[in-house]
Write a protein that binds this ligand. Structure first.
Ligand SMILES: Cc1cc2nc3c(=O)[nH]c(=O)nc-3n(C[C@H](O)[C@H](O)[C@H](O)COP(=O)(O)OP(=O)(O)OC[C@H]3O[C@@H](n4cnc5c(N)ncnc54)[C@H](O)[C@@H]3O)c2cc1C
Length: 520
């Protein structure tokens, strides 16, 4: 059931087995899974069922590093940022799980098998066709060979696109009719209060914009408020611990990660009669407008691994390329992915320049080519100075705003330049075409403030309390009943978009909490 602000008397108290703070992708998934096991849950959601500007104002913060619009990168409201997400889904890559000596903080405390158990259920939450991302499974359905393109050092990748599912809309009725979930709307958690022993959270203090306050008591607490607010609440809770909760090693808020990206930061001129054109022409369709339809209705079939009852919704996939693992190792480079998109030149001047470059490089050969815009992103190096702290300005509840100092280091710039030159060399060697940088990655202008609204880092999981904030289950190392859900758990920024993994991790946490509750 939903409990609206009007139904709550000032100063009231609620209690449940589990209190989940935040009803976005992680919080909704977790609450529904716990209620299936009969566990009573209180969910506290800062927003309401409608998006409301006065509540959104709580997301205003200060960006002091790379320009970053904290407002535009998330939503306050039931469903969280899935109210505006684009729906791109991809699992972590095998490289994400393992330690790489050239990537600080790399190597997740959990292995691939852990998440593979939960991805199929996560696929149902976000409404993609199923947990099938192997290019070989999709290529025949897309009329492409496997592999679809031969580019030394790079391999094809598949994203599935959620419609995109707005999880607030999708699960509103399930919450409304639930007798196990009480979801309090319009209350913002502003403090976590420790019990006398100091090792457990006793309650969460929550406040509404109208001035009411509410206390929630629970045996277990889960912070599911997104990558910035999870850290902010721990830092705000400094009445009993001067540095905030879980922050004994000054790690909360540090290592903020995004996916530095450049929209059409380079162009590839692909010969129309060459070996890569079929792939690049199809990959390009992915972006306009929403993926490449491969539903039965669209003429093509789902991969054999996903065939079952016919789907009403079309299935959409986008094709991209990533830097192959062997190339990452050989050149000690981070992960990188690029989504190509065929399209016209933005202006005649650019077309003239491209023709000049091509005829100089290819000794005047006058061949027909397609312009492929390359939109790409890179895995960021964890950097303790890239961080979330508390500011001096106050939000509408009178609490210090989040200050984000997002930094992209020289290593990322140099690595990206190197990867792009590898891509250009491979394309030329394979006879696919020629690549041209639209701008130099080492120039400031190149890094338009583009991230993917992927807010990662800030409370990473790990086995060593000196290097991580939570353990492998997302539990704060130093507080026995407080867990974190969401991409703030990510020790490294992973391959691609985070939400599919956020949902899989929330399902895994639900199983962990169910087991903990049944043991208690
Ligand atoms: C424009 C845009 C496009 C995106 N596209 C993609 C994409 O294509 N693919 C992808 O994987 N990801 C995408 N994302 C990111 C995706 O939306 C997030 O990764 C995902 O929603 C995060 O889930 P979450 O549950 O951790 O946080 P959220 O979904 O942000 O939910 C957090 C919830 O906590 C609530 N909250 C915050 N503070 C408090 C508090 N103190 N007390 C109580 N409640 C609180 C908020 O109101 C919100 O409802 C996109 C995001 C944006 C903004």
């Amino acid at each position: 059931m939903f409990i609206r602000q009007g139904d709550v008397a000032d100063g009231s108290q609620l209690s449940a087995a589990v209190c989940i703070l935040g009803a976005g992708a992680a919080g909704i998934t977790l609450a529904l899974s716990l209620q299936e096991a009969g566990i009573p849950v209180v969910v506290v959601e800062s927003g309401t069922l409608e998006l409301d500007e006065s509540v959104e104002a709580l997301d205003k913060g200060q960006a002091v590093g790379i320009p970053y619009d904290l407002d535009a990168q998330r939503r306050r409201g039931f469903g969280g940022s899935t109210n505006c997400w684009s729906g791109w889904c991809v699992p972590m890559s095998p490289e994400d799980y393992v330690a790489r000596d050239w990537m600080p903080g790399s190597g997740w405390p959990i292995g691939r098998a852990e998440l593979d158990r939960y991805y199929p259920a996560a696929a149902r939450v976000v409404d993609i066709a199923g947990h099938e991302f192997a290019p070989g499974a999709w290529m025949p359905n897309l009329g492409l060979p496997d592999p679809p393109v031969a580019l030394d050092g790079f391999e094809a990748g598949v994203w599935q696109l959620s419609p995109p599912s707005r999880l607030g809309e999708k699960y509103r009725a399930a919450f409304e009719s639930s007798t196990r979930i009480r979801c309090v709307l319009g209350f913002t958690a502003t403090r976590l209060v420790l019990d006398r022993g100091g090792e457990r959270i006793q309650s969460a203090t929550c406040r509404a914009l109208g001035g009411k306050s509410l206390t929630v008591k629970a045996s277990l607490f889960v912070l599911a408020m997104g990558g910035i607010e999870n850290a902010r609440l721990l830092l705000l809770s400094r009445d009993q611990r001067a540095a905030g909760l879980g922050n004994e090693n000054d790690l909360v808020g540090r290592n903020f990660l995004e996916h530095p990206a450049a929209i059409e930061g380079a162009e590839l001129y692909v010969w129309k009669d060459g070996p890569g054109h079929a792939f690049f022409a199809k990959a390009g369709k992915g972006l306009r407008p929403q993926g490449y339809p491969v539903s039965p209705a669209g003429g093509a079939k789902l991969p054999a691994s996903l065939q079952g009852p016919a789907r009403a919704d079309p299935v959409s996939v986008v094709l991209g390329l990533s830097l192959a693992e062997a190339a990452q190792r050989r050149h000690r480079l981070p992960q990188f992915w690029v989504v190509p998109s065929e399209g016209p030149f933005p202006n005649p001047e650019r077309e003239r320049e491209a023709r000049e470059v091509l005829s100089a490089l290819d000794k005047g050969v006058d061949r027909a080519f397609s312009r492929i815009g390359l939109t790409f992103a890179i895995e960021q190096r964890p950097n303790p100075s890239s961080r979330v702290t508390l500011g001096t300005e106050r939000d509408p509840l009178g609490e210090p705003v989040a200050v984000l100092d997002w930094r992209i280091g020289a290593e990322e710039r140099t690595a990206l330049k190197r990867i792009l030159s590898l891509l250009g060399e491979s394309a030329a060697r394979a006879g696919i075409g020629r690549m041209r940088l639209v701008m130099d990655p080492e120039s400031e202008r190149f890094w338009v403030p583009v991230g993917g609204a992927h807010l990662m880092g800030t409370t990473p999981m790990g086995d060593d309390p000196k290097k991580s904030v939570t353990d492998r289950n997302g539990r704060l190392h130093t507080i026995r009943n407080a867990y974190v859900a969401g991409s703030s758990l990510f020790p490294t920024s992973t391959y691609g978009n985070p939400t599919y993994t956020i949902v899989a991790l929330a399902l895994r946490l639900a199983d962990h909490l169910k087991a903990a509750i049944s043991r208690a």
